[in-house]
Design a protein around this ligand. Structure first.
Ligand code: SF4
Length: 162
């Protein structure tokens, strides 16, 4: 059973991305701030690698990241299934009708289950209570599924307006 606080305190790529300068300066060794955020969350880059993050922030974020890593959430490819199991469980609790509008999604049905459908880089995705897939078939990488799950779970919160 998932612990609500773990989800609440979980550091997600977009949150980290929003703390970067978003200038894609490349000083961390690769090109974009978004890639930096995604890589840090899955344990593939160190949060210290960005020289432009605030030191006090790094300290606080590192504590949260360490906890996630200990829980096995979003750490490595091996923990993907564990992460998705956790995220699916959270998605199952959502009322799709209530969050569809804030996600820019429409409600549809897939295999007798309610599903959300929304644009994704010109190739719409379907989110059911048990999986995420492209409308036209074809694969989504593990990281894309995690990313999309985070987007859906974020839609369950009050929009921040940013
Ligand atoms: S070093 Fe920081 S600001 Fe520069 S691209 Fe990386 S994350 Fe963005």
């Amino acid at each position: 059973m998932a612990e609500p606080n773990r989800l609440k305190n979980r550091l997600v790529p977009l949150e980290l991305y929003n703390l970067t300068r978003r200038n894609n300066c490349g000083e961390w060794g690769r090109q974009t701030c978004l890639a930096f955020a995604a890589q840090v969350i899955v344990g593939k880059a160190d949060i210290d690698a960005c020289p432009l993050l605030d030191t006090a922030q790094i300290h606080e974020l590192r504590e949260r990241l360490d906890e996630q890593i200990r829980s096995g959430i979003g750490v490595s490819r091996e923990s993907f299934e564990k992460t998705m199991e956790f995220l699916r469980e959270e998605i199952r609790k959502l009322n799709f009708s209530m969050i569809a509008e804030s996600l820019g999604a429409q409600i549809t049905e897939l295999g007798g289950q309610p599903a959300l459908i929304f644009p994704y880089f010109g190739d719409p995705v379907l989110v059911t209570r048990s999986d995420i897939e492209k409308e036209k078939g074809g694969g989504l990488s593990p990281w894309e599924k995690i990313w999309i799950s985070n987007y859906v779970l974020g839609g369950a919160a009050q929009p921040s307006g940013s």
